[in-house]
Design a protein around this ligand. Structure first.
Ligand code: M6R
Length: 620
């Protein structure tokens, strides 16, 4: 949440910042701003409410905007309303220090009260503004800039990634990180900093990822001078790594109206990538290089744990069912957004391989879960992550990348399918090691053609677009499914609330009679039931009859023939029938994604940037 982009080089810093911020806009789009040092060494500022494109227009209207050093920010509001005053960068009283911040400063109120007592004047209602005033205060007390910057960051409790420039030091970029990501990108005679290394331009060849509690001072003279320090001021050796393996954010939507639709349609290719080189079809076994090196440790662990939130949690729910129902492995699941000391069971944790599932690898809740488990147990911590080199990927012992490719739409789509795939491959691999192999040929033969089957589901897009047109006036939606379809129901409901802003609720189908049935209402509610032709399918049909008997509007998403579905349902959308039940989510989920997409599109919503949300949730 919130994107930071900074540049130190020889030309057009403002253009570099805008290009970077546009790639970081997925992190928040409430407001944007930039601070630059001009050729006289003075600090210049520009801010606007809304998208980065507005800030770009403001900068284009400024003449001679050739700055060498600049910091920029795209905001997802935490403290203080969305307005120009609260947009970053924030200044100190003397207007000589500019700061952009990503994270939450938990003790900002105490710090602010103290700074006001010391005579500082605040202009915004953000937590972030304290940082500039703290630096100023320590400078007033006679500390050199580096020490003042360090002392200011030492004073903060919470999460912070910070970039600072000052007209007092017009050639220096100051950076710091604790719990929120920040990477430094090195190019020839240029240095960049970004909340996401994938936003660096192609000319950046090496990257330094700042770790928790690290600060950097960057100067550009004849040579790049990059000094990295601990919070206590000790110099740290930094080892830049090559940028090759890190993906690139590409802002082209091709023929699609939205990134989300493009990403939904990329799913066949994304799944093929997730499987490539990881399945030995002859031996019917899984090959995972990422886990191979630690297989000795994995073998010793009796339990398998999954920790995640949001869409990643729904993928983990499917993974949990696969571990128990598909492999007979003892397993547990935790929602990282509600995980705390009361959940700690040191006995189980110490005997667990724990997978942290996260698209971004930066989600504060999931990282907090990892830190808590690290503190209280000897669990073997592993990652299921999409973003290569992310904080989570760097912190766990080993893992499996989901290989979905960069996802720009805030609503997860292709990353959901690839998470499910990476989880079940990882679990099947562990099952092999622990003599809990996956049984049945249908799983392996199904994997071979899965991409093509997903493409069949995607062909339903025009029918779903037509059907959802009739639903724009419906106030509330219930998504219902049993067993494997329950996580899908939750995911379908999440997609709809996220991008269509419709109240939607996911529940086990069997739960209907225990309460939710009372919500059925012909005019205001639509019920989406999801199921496959498994041994329970007739029970699902009976549940549908119960809704129809109360004049409810029912939409069926299933692999049944139309004649097997009660004639009175409003619509039926089918997905291909697969022999392996474990592969059904891959062909059913795209139908639900398209359902949410088309409904949101009929309503004219900002699909790729839904209100109040951001893709990477780096605050708790
Ligand atoms: O990056 P993560 O997978 O850890 O993110 C977790 C959730 O914030 C995320 O899945 C969110 O629920 C989705 N963007 C919703 O579509």
């Amino acid at each position: 949440m919130c994107g930071i982009f900074a540049y130190l080089g020889s030309v057009k810093a403002s253009a570099k910042i805008i290009a970077g911020l546009q790639k970081l806009e997925y992190r928040g789009y409430d407001s944007a701003g930039i601070a630059m040092i001009d050729s006289q060494g003075k600090l210049q500022l520009a801010k606007s409410v809304g998208y980065v494109s507005k800030l770009k227009k403001i900068l284009e209207s400024r003449k001679n905007a050739n700055y060498r050093l600049a910091i920029g920010h795209t905001r997802w509001a935490t403290h203080g309303q969305v307005n120009r005053r609260n947009a970053h960068p924030h200044l100190d009283c003397s207007r000589q220090i500019a700061v952009v911040h990503n994270g939450v400063i938990e003790n900002f109120q105490e710090l602010k009260t103290q700074l006001i007592r010391q005579g500082h004047r605040f202009r915004s209602s953000t937590d972030s503004e304290v940082i500039g005033h703290l630096i100023e205060e320590f400078l007033n007390q006679g500390l050199p800039f580096a020490a003042a910057f360090r002392r200011a960051l030492q004073s903060l409790v919470g999460a912070w990634a910070v970039a600072t420039i000052s007209s007092r030091r017009p050639n220096t970029l100051w950076l710091g990180r604790f719990s929120s990501p920040l990477a430094i990108g090195l190019a020839d005679k240029e240095v960049y900093a970004s909340s996401d290394a994938r936003a660096f331009p192609g000319k950046v060849k090496k990257i330094i990822f700042l770790e928790d509690g690290q600060l950097a001072k960057i100067n550009l003279g004849q040579k790049q001078k990059i000094a990295v320090f601990n919070l206590d001021g000790r110099r740290i050796k930094h080892q830049p790594i090559g940028k090759k393996s890190i993906g690139k954010i590409n802002l082209s939507r091709g023929k699609f109206d939205h990134f989300m639709l493009k990403e939904i349609f990329e799913q066949p290719a994304a799944i093929a990538r997730a499987l490539s080189g990881r399945v030995d079809f002859k031996k019917r076994s899984i090959v995972l290089g990422g886990l191979e090196t630690i297989k000795g440790e994995i073998k010793k662990k009796k339990f398998l744990g999954l920790v995640a939130c949001g869409t990643s949690y729904h993928a983990a729910m499917i993974g949990r069912l696969f571990a128990s129902g598909g492999l007979g492995m003892p397993s547990w699941l935790a929602n990282s957004s509600d995980y705390g000391p009361l959940d700690i069971d040191a006995y189980t944790l110490g005997r667990s391989s724990v997978f942290y599932v996260s698209q971004s690898g930066e989600t504060a809740d999931t990282l907090a879960g990892l830190k808590l488990i690290e503190k209280h147990s000897k669990a073997l911590n592993l990652g299921i992550v999409n973003v290569v080199g992310s904080s989570l990927a760097r912190r766990v012992k080993a893992g499996v990348y989901t290989r979905a490719g960069v996802e720009i739409g805030v609503a997860a789509s292709k990353t959901f399918l690839n998470q499910i795939m990476a989880i079940i491959l990882a679990e099947a691999y562990i099952g092999q090691l622990q003599r809990h192999p996956i049984s049945g040929r249908s799983f392996f033969s199904g994997l071979k053609t899965l991409d093509k089957k997903i493409a069949v589901s995607l062909k339903k897009s025009p029918a779903i677009r037509k059907m959802t047109r009739r639903l724009t006036n419906v106030d509330s939606f219930m998504f219902l499914g049993r067993h494997l379809a329950y996580p899908l129901a939750l995911e379908g409901a999440l997609k709809l609330k996220e991008i269509a802003y419709k109240f939607s609720y996911g529940s086990p189908l069997g739960e209907l009679k225990h309460g939710p049935l009372a919500l059925v209402d012909r005019n205001n509610v639509a019920v989406i039931t999801i199921f496959r032709k498994d041994p329970d399918w007739r029970k699902s049909i009976s549940n549908i009859q119960e809704i129809i008997a109360r004049k409810g509007r029912v939409i069926v998403v299933s692999d049944l023939d139309r004649r097997e579905i009660p004639a009175q349902v409003e619509s039926a959308i089918s997905f291909p029938r697969l022999n392996s039940l474990w592969l059904a989510p891959f062909v059913a989920a795209p139908i639900l994604q398209l359902f949410a997409y088309h409904l949101a599109n009929h309503l004219g919503r900002e699909i790729d940037k839904p209100r109040y949300l951001a893709k990477s949730v780096t605050v708790i």
